[in-house]
Write a protein that binds this ligand. Structure first.
Ligand SMILES: [Zn+2]
Ligand SMILES: [Zn+2]
Length: 152
């Protein structure tokens, strides 16, 4: 193999519910964790949801691959919503990503150490993608779950 750049973008698959998000931020750095609302025993990720002119909070299940979200707005399955940071109002939509399952836009949450976690914005579509940008040295150890959970 030829010399690779020192950073590369990878996608990894992890077992459902084995990992949970502990430090999610908006693109501008606001903390999105909500210890006051727990899902499955873990602090949820609070974002502002907009759907057909209505707005409210949605508390996202922090467990990777789990979707027991709590929404203030009742959204029918199949509808596409928008997510915003509840603190600074930044859009959480990832302009470069489309859901591989249903082709709807994706939202992205920023994680410590350069990772992002993406999810589909279509209600009822259960697609999550975890992307971690990392140096080569870390890549070699990434598949040990102890190391992986430190990215979340
Ligand atoms: Zn923000
Ligand atoms: Zn989808």
């Amino acid at each position: 193999m030829s010399e690779e750049p020192s950073k590369e973008r990878i996608e990894i698959e992890v077992p459902s519910k084995a990992l949970y998000v502990q430090h999610a931020h908006c693109p501008k750095g606001c903390d999105l964790m909500e210890p006051g609302v727990k899902i499955g025993g873990y602090p949820s990720v609070r974002v502002r949801l907009r759907h057909r002119g209505k707005e409210g909070f949605i508390y996202l299940d922090p467990r990777y691959g789990s979707f027991e979200n709590i929404s203030e707005i009742d959204v029918p399955d199949g509808e596409v919503v928008e997510f915003f940071c509840p603190h600074c109002g930044a859009s959480l939509k990832d302009e470069h990503a489309r859901c591989k399952v249903c082709s709807a836009p994706m939202f992205a949450l920023s994680l410590p150490r350069g990772g992002i976690i993406e999810g589909c914005l279509r209600k009822g579509c259960f697609e999550h993608v975890l992307r971690i940008v990392s140096g080569e040295e870390l890549l070699s150890r990434l598949f040990e779950s102890d190391t992986l959970s430190s990215y979340l």
